[in-house]
Design a protein around this ligand. Structure first.
Ligand SMILES: CCCCCCCC/C=C\CCCCCCCC(=O)N[C@@H](COP(=O)(O)O)[C@H](O)/C=C/CCCCCCCCCCCCC
Length: 218
């Protein structure tokens, strides 16, 4: 795997993903955009460490992260502190294309929706990884999770390309090793601790988008 030659500071560590997602929720259960985006940065780094075959996926995710980072650092940064404040601000100011693509093709709301759908994939995949046996295939776990979530939103050509990329995923032991946490039992424990938090972030975002009728943004 490409990641095996990375120096220590370039090496991915699972905590780069899990820690930001643990910090995502405010006391009143709002989702901090800064931590959400930091979690995604970690995921992109991990994906890059798996090799160039995942380049088309990591490029798309990195591009979406970049769009949100620009909002976080932009002149209206104070409106982008939480996903809730972002949704309110963009809707009140008509900054979202609601039914067809128009003058706001890169709104925060539609960009985050793409990552939000992918977060469901991640949740399903990590749960399979956590509970799988040593000889279970990560490619199958990945494909099943994808088919149950993101695939419904992708055209045939993307589904095909994704399916081919999944085939080169390493087996579960090697996959857990790249996470740089320690022995498999430790990775499993860490996933067990973090998954409920990722699920909660997902569900809060899903409920917000459903209430505001934003789940099908073009
Ligand atoms: C905790 C570490 C262990 C888990 C490791 C997982 C690492 C995964 C990192 C990123 C996940 C993929 C994120 C993909 C975002 C896709 C967003 C999206 O749906 N984009 C499409 C629509 O965008 P617009 O055109 O409307 O702007 C776009 O068309 C997609 C293009 C690329 C293909 C996406 C395929 C997604 C497959 C997800 C599985 C990733 C496989 C990772 C293998 C471990």
């Amino acid at each position: 795997m490409a990641g095996s030659e990375a120096s220590d500071d370039q090496k991915f560590s699972l905590s780069e993903v899990l820690d930001p997602f643990k910090l995502c929720l405010s006391e009143n259960k709002e989702v901090y955009l800064e931590h959400y985006v930091a979690g995604w940065r970690g995921l992109v780094k991990f994906l890059n460490s798996l090799g160039s075959v995942f380049g088309f996926i990591s490029k798309d995710a990195a591009n979406k992260v970049h769009i949100l980072v620009n909002y976080l650092n932009g002149e209206n940064a104070s409106q982008y502190v939480t996903v809730q404040s972002m949704v309110k601000y963009e809707l009140e100011n008509e900054l979202v294309d609601l039914t067809k693509r128009g003058s706001h093709p890169e709104s925060g709301c539609r960009t985050l929706l793409r990552l939000h759908r992918a977060l469901r994939w991640l949740e399903l995949f990590l749960e399979r990884l956590r509970t799988g046996s040593e000889d279970s295939k990560t490619s199958a776990m990945c494909a099943e999770s994808y088919n149950e979530s993101l695939a419904q939103h992708h055209p045939w050509v993307v589904r095909k390309a994704a399916g081919m990329a999944f085939c080169v995923l390493p087996g579960r032991p090697a996959f857990l090793e790249v996470m740089n946490v320690g022995p498999p039992e430790q990775v499993v424990a860490m996933l067990g601790e973090a998954l409920p938090l990722i699920s909660e972030v997902y569900q809060i975002t899903e409920d917000l988008y459903a209430q505001r009728n934003l789940l099908d943004l073009p």
